[in-house]
Ligand binder design. Structure first.
Ligand code: FES
Length: 105
């Protein structure tokens, strides 16, 4: 339990100290990444029709940053295992609230 708490704390802090190295314009069809949109850390996915789906990247459970699962095309939180679809809807808890949407140009 203590090790899990330390791991969550490391993720929580570490993910905030590094800037995303991908720009939303660099995403190809089928790709997702954490990017900055108007100064906000966002989880952005470009679908096969080139439409960008963007949601806030901060998990609504306890605030870790989500990451993209290329195989499943879902957003996943490493801290406690919550999963979201590309539009932020909850697929798996413990989280209860979706990731809020973000307007992406
Ligand atoms: S912070 Fe707990 S599942 Fe994301």
């Amino acid at each position: 339990m203590a090790k899990a708490t330390v791991d969550v704390a490391k993720n929580f802090v570490g993910e905030r100290l590094t800037k995303p190295d991908v720009n939303v314009d660099q995403l190809g069809p089928g790709q997702g990444a954490v990017v900055m949109i108007e100064g906000k850390r966002c989880a952005a996915y470009r679908d096969d029709d080139a439409t960008v789906h963007a949601v806030e990247a901060t998990c609504t459970h306890l605030g870790c940053i989500v990451g993209f699962n290329d195989a499943e095309r879902t957003w996943e939180c490493r801290c406690h295992g919550s999963r979201f679809d590309i539009d932020g809807a909850v697929l798996q808890g413990p989280v209860l609230r979706p990731l809020p949407g973000v307007a992406a140009s």
